[in-house]
Every structure is written in structure tokens, then in C-alpha cells.
Design a protein around this ligand. Structure first.
Ligand code: ADP
Length: 328
């Protein structure tokens, strides 16, 4: 059976980008067709300045939202990365096959380290090595597929390179995985700056729709989305990124496609209104289920505990094989 691994970082509240670009596909498709693992990658949240209590809170919130979005612990494995030591055990071995040049070329590292320096902060070494830990997350489970948004495809490429290199040097150990981005909404953009992605770690609140935003907040954010001075609704990512983003969100929420939806609208206002309502409708059941789950935190803790046990049992033999292969 195909094995799928993916994750979400508890660095902020989960967004519509996380949902349309990843979580929805995990729940609707992946968990039904594959042996799948979904991980709250809490170790990755430590690569930038963080508040310990907030990371812990956001990790539980992310787990609750994954379940609220439809992940079923009977069908898939949901767990916290820090509960399974195999991730860090394997990460060190992979650091011994990765090169520093390779790490410094990662786009996310370049962007995030530049932001950190601009703020006058220092860059944590773990920010540089983070893609290696991500490679370990994937390779430890022998995952064939990694359903992630476009922003993560470079890291999955690196994972493939490391797996191939390790296998060539030390004998066949790892499955070489591939990224499987969603067909629509692979990159939901910030509503206030449609040239940058809607990322949960940004502080630009008005441009980000959070999964737990109240309907009226969603409406306000979408209605105030930045478009351009044109009037004709057309799907052109380069020339009209704001409008294209709204069309993609609407398409992802309603199952249409952005080009044909463009033909339906003769004003930006009408497009925004329908997009806002479509988002509200998509979030409604997730929020309702989230409220129910919040009333039962022990259930969520139990899911995470069982998930970690299952995950550990899958990862341990693979990581042990890697230790032997490399000479330990
Ligand atoms: P973030 O950038 O929000 O911190 P994560 O690293 O936690 O995202 O990613 C969780 C999943 O959500 C990944 O599969 C990622 O590709 C996807 N994702 C994150 N932001 C977006 C977005 N704006 N559009 C589409 N997918 C996204």
C-alpha cells in the first residue's frame, strides 16, 4: 500500500492556505487511499524565536483542527513529531550525507534568515538544518508520497537527493519519495499582498484567513482583499495576482476551475462576495467539529498518544537499518 507522510508546523494559527493546500486533501483523499501519517512537526517550530507555552498550545490546537478537518485516527496516524525520537535520530545521519552548500541554497532558508537578520536577530543553526529534519520526517516512514503545497516542493526534492545519495553510498535503505501537490490551491496567497503566500507565521493578520475566524471576520478580510485598478475579471496570475488568488480560492472551495469562473463575473465586488461566502461555507463544518473536540481534550491527547506509538513502530526498523548501514 502507498505510504503518505505530511505535516503542519505549530508556529501560528492554521490558515485557509494550510486547509486548501494540504489538510483538505489529506482528509478527503489521502487517508482513504493510502497508509498515511500526519504529523504536527513541533520541533520545526523551534527554528525561530518561540514561546514554549505557545508552541505547546498551538500543537494541541493543530491536532484538534486536523481531526476537525476530517482526519480519522481509525484510518490514519496523527501524532506529534517530538513524541517519536526516530526523527532526530535519523536527522543526524542525514546531516552526515547533506552538505552545507545544499542547505544554504534552500529558498525558505534564504528568505527566513534574511527576515531574521533584518529584525536584528541571529539565525538559529536549526533554521539551516531544518530541511534535513524534514527529510528525516519523511524517510523514517518509507513514505512514497508527500502531499504538500508548492512552497515545500524544494524540500521534498532535497529529501529525494539525500535518500538517493544515502542508498548509493550505504546500500538500499530508503524509499525515494515524491511530492504530490494539490491540483488547485497549491499556493493560496496573502489577501493583502497577493505576491506572497498566505503563511501562518506572518503577522499580517488582515491578509490571512485563519481556520477559526468567525464568518464575519472572513467576509471582511475577503471583501478588503487587494486586487488592482482593472475592472474585467480575468485569470492572470502575473498581471492580476489578487484577482487570480480570489478565483483560485473560489475554485478550490466550490470545485470549479479559475479560468471558467473568471468568465462568470463582471465585477470584482461580486467575485469577492461569492468567494467570501464559499470560504465561510467550507470552514463552517470544520469549526463546528472543532468546537466539539475542544470539549474533550482528553480524546485529542489519546489520539496523539496512540498515534505516536503507531508511528514509532513504523519508524524504528527503518531508522535502525539506516544506523547499521552507515556503520554504527
Ligand atoms: P506555514 O507556511 O503555514 O507555516 P506549514 O509549513 O505548516 O505552513 O505547512 C503545512 C502544509 O500547508 C504544507 O503542506 C504546506 O505546503 C501547506 N501550505 C502552507 N501554506 C500554504 C498556502 N498558502 N497555500 C497552499 N498550501 C499551503
Amino acid at each position: 500500500m502507498t505510504r503518505v507522510f505530511s505535516g503542519v508546523k505549530p508556529t501560528g494559527h492554521l490558515t485557509l492556505g494550510n486547509y486548501l493546500g494540504a489538510m483538505r486533501q489529506w482528509a478527503a483523499v489521502d487517508q482513504h487511499r493510502a497508509d498515511s501519517l500526519f504529523c504536527i512537526v513541533d520541533l520545526h517550530a523551534l527554528t525561530v524565536d518561540h514561546d514554549p507555552a505557545r508552541v505547546r498550545r498551538l500543537s494541541r490546537q493543530a491536532a484538534t483542527l486536523l481531526l476537525a478537518s476530517g482526519l480519522d485516527p481509525e484510518l490514519c496516524t496523527v501524532f506529534l513529531q517530538s513524541h517519536v525520537d526516530e526523527h532526530t535520530r535519523l536527522s543526524y545521519l542525514l546531516e552526515c550525507v547533506a552538505t552545507d552548500g545544499e542547505m544554504r541554497r534552500m529558498i525558505q532558508y534564504k528568505e527566513k534568515s534574511a527576515q531574521e537578520r533584518e529584525r536584528g536577530g541571529s539565525v538559529r543553526l536549526s533554521l539551516l538544518t531544518y530541511p534535513v529534519l524534514m527529510a528525516a520526517d519523511i524517510l523514517a516512514y518509507g513514505a512514497d508520497e508527500v502531499p504538500v503545497g508548492d512552497d515545500q516542493t524544494q524540500h521534498v526534492e532535497l529529501t529525494r537527493d539525500l535518500a538517493v545519495r544515502f542508498n548509493q553510498r550505504y546500500g538500499h535503505t530508503f524509499v525515494v519519495p515524491k511530492a504530490t501537490p494539490p491540483k488547485v490551491a497549491a499556493r493560496v496567497m496573502n489577501l493583502q499582498d497577493p505576491t506572497s503566500k498566505m503563511g501562518k507565521s506572518d503577522d499580517s493578520g488582515p491578509g490571512i484567513v485563519y481556520l477559526l475566524d468567525e464568518p464575519d471576520v472572513v467576509r471582511k478580510k475577503v471583501m478588503r482583499a487587494v486586487t488592482d485598478s482593472g475592472r474585467v475579471v480575468e485569470y492572470d496570475r502575473e498581471a492580476r495576482p489578487g484577482v487570480a488568488n480570489l478565483l483560485e480560492i473560489l475554485a478550490a472551495c466550490t470545485g470549479g476551475n479559475p479560468e471558467s469562473l473568471a468568465a462568470v463575473y463582471d465585477s470584482y465586488g461580486a467575485l469577492k462576495k461569492d468567494t467570501a461566502e464559499a470560504v465561510v461555507e467550507v470552514l463552517r463544518p470544520v469549526q463546528a467539529r472543532h468546537r466539539e473536540l475542544c470539549a474533550d481534550p482528553a480524546y485529542v491527547e489519546g489520539v496523539l498518544r496512540d498515534g505516536a506509538e503507531k508511528a514509532r513502530a513504523m519508524a524504528r526498523p527503518i531508522v535502525d537499518t539506516a544506523y547499521r548501514a552507515i556503520g554504527l
